[in-house]
Design a protein around this ligand. Structure first.
Ligand code: BGC
Length: 755
């Protein structure tokens, strides 16, 4: 017997129930006599928030490196860097005695208004999935577990513990689940955290379909599911649904409820045993991780590198990089008090923090630097601060305007109701740009902000995100060209909130939020609506320029299961070294179900010296071409032409190549008594089975309504009409041409189909 089975065999019912509910806010229940250690968890995702007192939910976290938040790391489009960051976080977890880091957060950015977007990667499931896999692999490579969260469809903070996210099956499968699926099937996280909200009527903590049928059975998840803190409503129902560990503890009443349920037969003990086995497996695995320490200075340096890599240069008229500037006006309180992380459970007690102003001074080569606060910490109007800033800006060569979206606008637990900076900040930018055309705005925020009101007067805008504790240095690196920016937006920046996909369906009413936009979030929405945006998904400037050759594929006839590799030559045509991000989108223009105009299915970040050319190879597999068919309840492909687009953003496509996709998917018939004539004819087996009755029925029907009995196009209106008739009605219109009751004839045909 292995260690898990041995321990399980010696556990009482009470031991088992206790193991499945936390002992403290952050530990599982140890069982000393059986050598079962407590498993210690702590919040992530962008650092380790180890709370010193295990009984406290929040107070007294120990120092750890605050790395850049997920918005920033995703914008680097660099999974290797995220893997490195994950490994560093794991080292800190080990040093702090933490077995499992509660992250990454991989929910989709359905709306930029979600207050917790800073903790999430992207509006695109493929990019979020690649980031999730890299983060999980990085952390777990050092023997520390992760908790991929919040499973699932947790895309807003408003009433997050009660709201019901009503989402259709395709949106669920193609948008909201793939990042989790990628993380689970490729990186094998030790744990998955359920979401607070309801999904199609059932809480995340009690959702059998999500936790058991999809996560465990379909994806083969072999870790344990932990509740979000306080997400469990009915402990017995949640265990039965697949929720293995309830947190936080202690919750004696919950433990007793489980014991009673097994005793009275309402909960099968084998269900409890499965959860116990999963928790024991992780607890014993964690025990094998050797102790260690970490180097705060080295991690701070890594945090600086990651922060710089994630910064996105949105706009630049040439003012950046700063060279030979003799005087700088540094404006905005975020230049002194860096806004580098968000409020809520992910808040890290830092080891050290870079002040942007100090870091700028280090690289400014003796330039005279003045500072003006610009705006207060609250939302008060302060014309005096604007006057001061204007005076500083006027007398300097360049103004650097640090604008941080205040913490009270964006945090865990609440959503924004606009995308605006504060009125004082907008007034400040307008006043400064009016006197200083060489104004660079540096933004700190976790998700898109609206800029139409003020961007025209700026010379450059750098999106620096919530950039982690070393972000101040990273900003200086980018502004002075020590680092050539290569970040690309992992989310669209719209012109205004009213343009965004969830605008009419967020945050919902009476605790129901309908995902009326379906699969169309992010660029999928703006593509479909042909709507201009401020900055598209994938956008980001560099201090150099790149040329991209025409994309090539090794084969133009591609079997779905074989996939294909796209090759592109990229050249650095400028004068400084830099990195480009080649983005590959797939467009399936003709499918039996509607599809987004294009979808990101691959990318590669490539570093190039001036004049250098490299060939980038991006593989596309089955899933790059597939879509989820709810009728068939599976991912399918369809034969036909598919366009592969290579671009620098979702709206900047540089080249394309068309392949002839050959589907190997064999589909069962899904015809029903309601299927129309068109459905029967489109289904090869349906067509064959119904052939004998269709001919006479069609002839009779055509006599009645006109058109072509052979389904030609001489009279399109009549044929369309016929195609949308349920088969039984076609037969009924045919009168006696086909013997028998039409409903019974269709039932017989369906029987033949299923035989
Ligand atoms: C958050 C989780 C977090 C947990 C523990 C919850 O409120 O939603 O992301 O891991 O608290 O702090």
């Amino acid at each position: 017997m292995n260690r898990v089975d041995t321990a399980l065999a010696h556990m009482s019912l009470e031991d088992k129930a206790a193991l499945c509910t936390g002992a403290t806010a952050w530990n599982t229940t140890p069982i000393e006599r059986l050598g079962v250690p407590p498993l210690v968890v702590a919040d992530g995702p962008h650092g380790v928030r180890k709370v010193a007192d295990a009984d406290s939910m929040a107070i007294g976290a120990l120092p750890a490196t605050c790395f850049p938040t997920a918005s920033a790391t995703a914008s680097a489009w660099d999974p290797d860097l995220l893997r490195e960051m994950g490994a560093a976080i794991a080292e800190e977890a080990i040093a702090l005695g933490v077995d499992v880091v509660l992250g990454p957060g991989i929910n989709m950015k359905r709306t930029p208004a979600c207050g917790r977007n800073f903790e999430y990667f992207s509006e695109d499931p493929y990019l979020a999935g690649e980031c999730a896999v890299a983060y999980v692999e990085g952390v777990q490579s050092r023997g520390v577990g992760t908790s991929v969260k919040h499973f699932a469809v947790n895309n807003q903070e408003t009433r997050r513990m009660v709201v019901d996210a009503v989402v259709d099956e395709r949106a669920l499968r193609e948008i909201y689940l793939p990042a989790f699926e990628a993380a689970v099937t490729r990186a094998h996280p030790w744990t998955v955290m359920c979401s607070y909200n309801r999904i199609n009527g059932v809480h995340g903590s009690q959702n059998h379909r999500l936790l058991t049928e999809i996560l465990k059975d379909e994806w083969g998840f072999d870790g344990f599911v932990v509740s979000d803190w306080g997400a469990v409503h009915d402990r017995v129902a949640s265990l039965a649904a697949g929720l293995d560990l309830e947190m936080p503890g202690p919750r004696d009443r919950r433990v007793r409820a489980v014991v009673d349920a097994v005793r009275d037969g309402s909960l099968d003990e084998s269900v409890l045993d499965d959860s116990v086995r999963r928790i024991l497996t992780v607890a014993f695995r964690a025990e094998e991780t050797p102790a260690g320490t970490f180097d705060p200075a080295a991690h701070h340096a890594l945090a600086r590198r990651v922060a710089a890599a994630g910064m996105v240069l949105l706009r630049n008229d040439g003012v950046l990089p700063l060279r030979d500037v003799s005087s700088l006006a540094v404006i905005g309180r975020a230049a002194k008090e860096a806004h580098f992380q968000g409020g809520g459970s992910s808040h890290i007690a830092t080891t050290m923090v870079d002040e942007p102003l100090t870091e700028l001074a280090k690289l400014a080569g003796g330039a005279a630097i003045s500072y003006a606060e610009g705006y207060p910490a609250d939302d008060a109007s302060r014309p005096d601060l604007i006057d001061e800033a204007v005076a500083a800006a006027r007398s300097a060569e360049v103004a650097l305007l640090f604008v941080a979206l205040p913490g009270w606008k964006e945090m865990e637990g609440a959503d924004r109701d606009d995308l605006d900076l504060t009125s004082q900040q907008v007034a400040l930018i307008k006043a400064v740009t009016a006197v200083q055309p060489r104004t660079v705005v540096i933004l700190n925020n976790g998700s898109a902000v609206a800029m139409d009101d003020w961007i025209d007067g700026t010379a450059a805008v750098l999106e620096a995100w919530m950039m982690g504790q070393a972000g101040g240095g990273a900003i200086a690196d980018v502004l002075f060209g020590v680092v050539n920016p290569s970040g690309r937006l992992a989310e669209t920046f719209p012109h205004r909130l009213a343009d965004t996909p969830a605008y009419l369906n967020h945050p919902g009413e009476q605790d129901v939020v309908r995902y009326g936009e379906g699969m169309y979030i992010g660029y999928r929405w703006y593509d479909a609506r042909e709507m201009p945006v401020l900055f598209p998904f994938g956008h980001g400037l560099s201090y150099t320029t790149f040329a991209c050759g025409a994309p090539r594929v090794s084969e133009t006839v591609v079997r779905d299961v074989d996939g294909v590799t796209v090759e592109v030559e990229v050249t650095n045509t400028g004068t400084v070294a830099g990195a480009d991000v080649v983005q590959v989108y797939v467009a399936d223009r003709k499918a039996s179900l509607e599809r987004p105009k294009k979808e990101l299915k691959g990318f590669a970040r490539v570093e190039l010296q001036p004049g250098e050319t490299k060939t980038v190879r991006i593989p596309l597999g089955f899933r790059a071409f597939a879509f989820y068919h709810p009728g068939h309840a599976r991912w399918i492909t369809e034969s036909g032409e598919v366009e592969i687009l290579v671009g620098a953003s979702a709206t900047d496509i540089r080249g394309s190549v068309t392949v002839d996709l050959v589907s190997t998917v064999e589909l069962a018939s899904i015809l029903t008594p309601l299927s129309t004539l068109g459905d029967w004819l489109a289904d090869p087996r349906g067509r064959a089975v119904s052939a004998s009755v269709l001919k006479p029925a069609m002839a009779a029907l055509t006599q009645a309504v006109g058109g072509d009995p052979d389904n030609g196009v001489d009279n399109q209106g009549q044929n369309l009409y016929k195609m949308s008739l349920p088969l039984a009605d076609v037969l009924a219109f045919g009168g006696d041409a086909v013997a028998g009751d039409p409903v019974e004839v269709v039932a017989r045909l369906l029987g033949e189909l299923r035989a």
